[in-house]
Design a protein around this ligand. Sequence first.
Ligand code: NAD
Ligand code: UDX
Length: 513
Amino acid sequence: NLSVKDVCFIGAGYVGGPTAAVLALHNPAVTVEVVDRDPHRIQQWKSPHLPVHEPGLDALVRAVRKDSEEETQSASQRQQNLVFSCESARALAKADIIFMAVNTPTKMFGVGAGCATNMTAFDGAMRDVATYAKAGAIIVEKSTVPGGTADRVRKMLAASRPGVPFEVLSNPEFLAEGSAIENLTTPDRVLIGSAATPSGRQAARTLASLYTAWVPSDRILETNTWSSELAKLVANAMLAQRISSINSISAICERTGAEVDQVAKAIGLDARIGPQFLKAGLGFGGSCFRKDIASLAYLAESLGLDDVAEYWRQVNTMNERQRDRFAHKVISRFDGNLVGHKLAILGFAFKKNTGDTRESLAADVIRVLLEERPSEIAIFDPFCRADDIMRELKTVCPDVSERDVVKIHTDPYLACSQAHAILVVTDCDQFRNTPGKKPIWTHNSNFVQSCAADCTDCRAHSTRPTTEAIEWPRIAYNMVEPKWVFDGRGLLDVAELEKLGVRVDSVGRRTFH
Ligand code: NAD
Ligand code: UDX
């Protein structure tokens, strides 16, 4: 790479941590320091219990992380060029390249509430950059930001450090949670937006030189900063649009004889459409799609393009309705009376292979169901920690802890025992009744929960592959009538499951019960 010795990431989250680790692995001569204002998060990154659960991440971090001095001596074979700390002033002062990887959620107050991007964290981190970064440092937007942010940052830096040269690049991240390491290792493309000036292009080449250590150069795409910033929002909006499109069709299927998976397969075989992101379900959750569509719509609106804004907003509207429709279907199957009934929820994370509960689909479904006063809602998720589940649940039902109705289990059989209905909400392979032969990757949450946060002897308690899938015959046997299974992800083989004496209602299929 072009004379890069020190790289700093601001933000040790789902993006900052894994991206820094992969960058460090492939650039052993570069020191990559990840800083965060949250000391607890940094402590977790330094411990055996990483704050982010991703297949392959534990092993990768162990291979490149600089450990304490004692451990360093015994592990001198390792690379040790990945550092986690809270010392942002020191790390920023020596960095040749600074990646901004802080959170950029939806703004929930004032002008643009519910649509615009809340840039508080980003601008706060930028103030640190403006104060401590050395002259000539390259500042990279890794966070997803509104179009025009690079221009704004350039002006801000010019005002606070007049005459000091800085280059600002856009380098959005396209990783998906649950497959972050795979996506970072073999990205479809690396997008780099720069100013259309000789120094802007030179900075883009310097950044590209870090990536070409493992990414083929024909996968590195250079554009101007506006195109790059906008492309990130559009990529997420288009992916989410496909999900809302197929979910709108699932509603038609449920009222006719068509099956949504058959329709998706038939259209996906058209090479122009393709098979990806056509799985009907409960809609999209997670921290990105909804907020990035809101941001795109807000941009369109602020440009006076109301019909464009409305077009994209509809993708989010359809998404919310899908969950609502599902919850109301459950209620109607009980003739509008959930009182005295136990419901078990399988899955709380927004998708499989992650413990991330942000914008959990389950939380919204539970909110609607709680209104009906069931006797119990039992939650099981193989990846999520109980406190994360409770925190997310409280964002949609603030008084949830006061009601002794919601119980979180670490054993799926206890969660489902004596349930009148089971709702499959996350697409975990463990929940399939035809799991196949592939090992299922899981996180042993039982162990982690019984381990102290500062435990130093529990690497074995961390993530591991296992073939454990839940045993549906056991689950079905311990349910109570009317034994409903609501498959919100189209994950289950309906005919097989019905042989166990349960009634199955699956998304995108008409049910005859
Ligand atoms: P996150 O909330 O997991 O992590 C952000 C981290 O930044 C937090 O640990 C927070 O403490 C830290 N932070 C905030 N302000 C800071 C400051 N001033 N100084 C130091 N640290 C600070 O968020 P994330 O999921 O990693 O997302 C980060 C960005 O990447 C967002 O813009 C998001 O839209 C984008 N993105 C996320 C994903 C994803 O899958 N999560 C994928 C692509 C892009
Ligand atoms: C997404 C983008 O895929 C990624 O490129 C971007 O960088 C961040 O946002 P992520 O949100 O982590 O990644 O997961 P993704 O796999 O896209 O799934 C998002 C949601 O859509 C999940 O709730 C998932 O279950 C759902 N989904 C996905 C469907 O319902 N159907 C599908 O066919 C695909």
